[in-house]
Design a protein around this ligand. Sequence first.
Ligand code: ADP
Ligand code: MG
Length: 368
Amino acid sequence: MKKLVIIGANDFQNQLILKAKDIGYETHVFAWKEGAIGEKTADYFYPISIVEKEKILDECRKINPSGICSIASDLATITVNYVAENLGLPCNGINTTIWCTNKYEMRKKLKNAGVKTPGFIKTKLGKDVDLSGLKFPLIVKPTDRSGSRGITKIFSNNELNKAIEYSIKDSFEKEAIIEEYINGSEYSCECISYEGKHHFLTFTKKFTTGSPNFIETGHIQPSDIDIKLQKDIISEIFKALDALEITNGASHTEFKLDDNGNIGIIEIGARMGGDCIGSDLVYLSTGYDYLKMVIDASVGNSLDLSKKIEPRKTAIKFIFNQEDLNEFEKFKKDNSDEIYRISDFNYDNIGNVADSSSRIGYYIYFLN
Ligand SMILES: Nc1ncnc2c1ncn2[C@@H]1O[C@H](COP(=O)(O)OP(=O)(O)O)[C@@H](O)[C@H]1O
Ligand SMILES: [Mg+2]
């Protein structure tokens, strides 16, 4: 039986495990042992943290898989590409991994390639910050985290030190990036690349809590982007994917569009979008089997770009507080047929959500 190694076992990753099993792979899943769902659904589970890339490589030499993949975790992509490269399996290179998991390295790379980039600088605690080249408002965020951790929008110098401290507390490398605020509505672009060629799948409209912490509250596919603008947006995004040398697998480009249709890229993950965007929404709203494409790309099979189901407008909504819970209960009562999936709910943080990992839960539903 063909074997597939999967890095990560949480609820979002579980859809990849299930898909791999469904299309005939024996699944070998690595993650920290914490009772995550993937521990039970995997054929073989290895209680090794996803950041232990040497240990995982040793195990993978014994497993001899056809491919290795992961969805929706920047940390996991570091291990995926490291192990795949060492085993001679299809993957993105080490430079791509660095550019796509460090927001400062990404900004530098995109700027050098001529992709429109807001002004930005890097800083750490105790360093004098020279903001002379930058225009307020600014965003301060850790260089190497995700899930909206450690982010603040600031409007003046007075707020700077607190914002830097807040970011650095969350940063692995203890550095923060300060960048100009990009105006507009927020979207993402979901793509798959294979042998260096990019394929556009869809745009997602994104909703966040806004300032100060920008935690994602929900997503809708397809987006409301004017069809006349789409070609130019896709071509700017492909230029960015080329700059980052993303050649294999999923990518998730977050961007804003201003009232004049100008695109400003926020960040690019060389992986599927999290929050069920890649694992569920793309399939439901376009009919493309994105999960299978990611597995195919990871084992070196050409992509199947046919539509498998009739597309439906689809949304995911996250629960933050009691009001959201009430809204969810009402929605469930009135529209139960439109609900596709409801996650487990963890009520501990109700009304107290600080980043995307502490949200209470989510539901996925159809809008038509
Ligand atoms: N330069 C920016 N301009 C405007 N909004 C930004 C900017 N940087 C980040 N944001 C907001 O903060 C959110 C999280 O920032 P992002 O860089 O995507 O970090 P994360 O890796 O935590 O998702 C974005 O989705 C966006 O809403
Ligand atoms: Mg982001």
